[in-house]
Design a binder for this molecule. Structure first.
Ligand code: PEP
Length: 252
């Protein structure tokens, strides 16, 4: 049985004070909570303080992005080793905003996945189609390419540290949510592709999060879909109460 995994992606939001207030509320309410894995991904400059504020808690701290290189003349970048050094244990890779706003290619996403895994980080690899691609019937082809290319050279043994996030681009930050049926179809497809790539055991064990306007009001129905193993939450993770209501979603 896959354990639900809920991660908050703060994107470029909140300041130092509000970040610490948010994590203090999460820490208080999630002490002793063990029904899901929970992570927060603050902006890189706040990582170290957020790690400190959550130390000893059951909330993991991760980055939103990572460099594909180890060190050197890469102005503005942050390496996987640096993330580890300040206490982050995971990183998001290939978020649609990185792909579509900053032009990250599948090859770059793959290099980032490799570097992050080599440094001992956990990875949340995001895949998802645009509205045009969905309308053109290309959803499966697009997520298949992003999954296959993103995981190129990744060993089955390292897949225990990989989570896939299916995030339809048209549902991110738009208030539009995939229906449970739409999410279920793509999650089922991704799991079958994981089986082709890494074998049935890895496919059964790998968690596939859904992301795209997840809110307290739709979390339970989305996470009731058999192949939806949690959520990557943007906007609703910026408020302690709404994020906690998603984390504590109704499992009945
Ligand atoms: C995200 O940031 O990955 C995301 C899904 O954002 P939102 O929940 O705001 O749509």
């Amino acid at each position: 049985m896959r354990r639900p995994y809920i991660a908050g992606n703060w994107k470029m939001n909140l300041d130092r004070r509000r970040s610490l207030e948010l994590v203090s509320a999460l820490r208080d309410r999630l002490t002793g909570f063990d029904r899901a894995d929970v992570a927060v991904c603050p902006p890189a400059v706040y990582l170290e303080e957020v790690v400190r504020a959550l130390s000893g808690s059951n909330v993991k701290v991760g980055a939103q992005n990572v460099c594909d290189r180890d060190e050197g003349a890469f102005t503005g970048e942050v390496s996987a080793a640096m993330l580890r050094d300040v206490g982050a244990t995971l990183t998001i890779v290939g978020h649609s905003e990185r792909r579509h706003v900053y032009g990250e290619t599948d090859a770059l996403v793959n290099a980032k996945v490799e570097r992050a895994l080599a440094c001992g980080l956990e990875v949340i690899l995001c895949v998802g189609e645009t509205l045009e691609e969905r309308r053109a019937g290309q959803t499966e082809a697009v997520v298949d390419r992003q999954l296959t290319e993103g995981l190129k050279h990744v060993l089955a043994a390292d897949m225990a540290r990989v989570t896939i996030a299916y995030e339809p681009v048209w549902a991110i930050g738009t208030g539009e949510t995939a229906t449970p049926g739409q999410a279920g179809e793509v999650h089922d497809f991704l799991r079958r592709r994981l089986a082709d790539l890494h074998g049935a055991e890895v496919a059964v064990d790998t968690r596939i999060q859904y992301g795209g306007s997840v809110k307290p009001g739709n979390a339970s129905e989305l996470m009731a879909v058999p192949d939806v193993d949690g959520a990557l939450v943007g906007g609703a993770s910026l408020d302690a109460d709404s994020f906690l209501r998603i984390v504590e979603f109704d499992r009945s």
